[in-house]
Design a protein around this ligand. Structure first.
Ligand code: AMP
Ligand code: GLY
Length: 431
């Protein structure tokens, strides 16, 4: 019996290339459409020009192309209600509707939900006017964390070491640096400790946590400089204790239970961003989707058929699924355009991707790439490529990833050389 289904994947980053590769590996994958896709996704599926944030356009395309599963990569379509429109069209969808997407779309919403569920997180205040926000910041003192409430591509957070920096960040938010996203500002207690991401599949009832991973958010080596979408990542996180792991799993389950109790039907990936503090793991943020670049190290380690797992989430039968993981370590280094997360140039010719990808254990996921009129692979974004390596030890995976990075070149190629270095040194490296 042919039980293949056509799949439509939304998005265009490294996460989507990793999702596309894993979906295409499944014997159940028929046609794979990626909208809009990038220079990597067109190697495993068909890129289609479609406005991923337009619910009606996505549902119409899915109906016309006889799609049986829509997978939503980024946050913007989720917040725009694309999953709701797809489900209304009677098509299975992996990704929460607009109500569930508020977990990421509004920091205020997720903080309030955490408070109702008694989930450990940083103390906070939320403000819609500059004067009260500044008064709160002065009362709290530095260090303190200033966050734009809405979506800001991972760049709307300032960890302010001084009061001046915090005041400046508050001012920038209200002055419109993040547009509507900054009309409400959340100010948080500054937590310290190693960070750990725990992504989980959920069908709104059952929660299946994935392997742990750790992103590197700051632009510069030594975890300095501005926050970015992520500069490199590894999985699993070796410094997590069993007790911490159990507590993170408990928090993910309590969160999904709270969503369900509040009438929110959440089917997709829930991303828990944690800080492992001296008082135990605390939630820094939730995202309503897979992490980028976390996906690029988590999915290559997943042994399950991703189409089956996603259908189980969409059809609320995740209780039938157990996840299993490859024992290898995965490390991924992000190659960025010079200037990122500020302004950068595009259209630079990229060489060496095939050489790097030919190395045993290496996969090069495309993030911001395109193919120009001359047929050359060129840069088209701030994060350009994610070079992922699997190895029998953490060190082997890390060395292999950096060796592969050396084979790739483009004008302005920038990378952090210290991805995974602290974890390799052990927990004390965070003291
Ligand atoms: P978010 O988008 O809320 O996860 O914030 C991005 C990054 O800012 C996190 O990964 C942390 O590195 C940092 N961060 C966020 N909230 C806090 C906090 N309360 N204390 C310390 N660092 C934080
Ligand atoms: N890597 C962080 C995120 O996906 O939000």
């Amino acid at each position: 019996m042919d039980n293949k289904i056509n799949i439509l994947l939304l998005g265009s980053g490294g996460r989507e290339h990793a999702l596309a590769v894993k979906l295409a590996e499944s014997p159940r994958c028929g046609e794979l459409y990626v909208a809009p896709g990038n220079g990597g996704t067109l190697e495993v599926g068909e890129n289609v020009a479609l406005d991923e944030n337009d619910p009606a356009a996505v549902a119409d395309f899915a109906r016309g192309a006889e799609v049986g599963l829509v997978v939503i990569g980024p946050e913007a379509p989720l917040v725009a209600g694309v999953a709701d429109a797809v489900r209304e069209a009677g098509i299975a969808c992996f990704g929460p509707g607009a109500a569930g997407a508020q977990m990421e779309g509004s920091k205020k919403f997720s903080k309030e939900l955490m408070a109702r569920a008694g989930i450990p997180t940083a103390a906070y205040g939320s403000f819609t006017d500059e004067e009260s926000a500044l008064a709160y910041v002065r009362e709290q003192g530095a260090p303190v964390v200033v966050k734009a409430d809405g979506l800001a591509a991972g760049k709307g957070v300032v960890v302010a070491a001084t009061l001046e920096e915090a005041e400046e960040a508050v001012h920038a938010c209200f002055a419109g640096a993040f547009g509507e996203a900054g009309a409400t500002v959340v100010i948080e207690e500054c937590l310290t400790g190693p960070e750990c991401s725990l992504l989980a599949f959920t069908d709104g009832k059952t929660v299946r946590p994935m392997a742990t991973s750790q992103d590197h958010k700051r632009a510069l080596e030594g975890d300095l400089g501005p926050n970015t979408g992520g500069m490199g990542v590894y999985s699993p996180v070796p410094i997590v204790t069993e007790a911490e792991h159990a507590e993170m799993e408990r928090i993910m389950e309590a969160t999904v239970a709270e969503l369900a109790a509040e009438g929110i039907d959440y089917r997709g990936c829930l991303y828990g961003g944690f800080m492992l503090t001296e008082d135990g793991p605390k939630v820094l943020e939730f995202n309503a989707r897979f992490g980028d670049p976390e996906t690029q190290v988590v999915l290559p380690r997943l042994k399950n058929d991703l189409v089956e797992v996603m259908l189980a989430c969409a059809e609320q039968r995740l209780d039938e699924v157990e996840l299993s993981w490859r024992p290898e370590w995965a490390v991924s280094v992000v190659l960025t355009s010079a200037g990122y997360p500020g302004s950068y140039e595009k259209g630079k010719v990229i060489t060496g991707v095939e050489d790097a990808a030919a190395m045993d254990g290496v996969t090069v996921y495309h993030a911001g790439t395109a193919v120009n009129e001359a047929g050359e692979l060129v840069t088209s974004g701030g994060r350009v490529l994610d070079v992922t390596a699997l190895g029998e030890t953490f060190e082997a995976a890390r060395n292999l990833a950096y060796e592969a990075c050396e084979k790739i070149d483009f004008e302005g190629k920038t990378l952090r050389h210290d991805i995974g270095l602290r974890a390799l040194r052990g927990r004390d490296a965070w003291k």
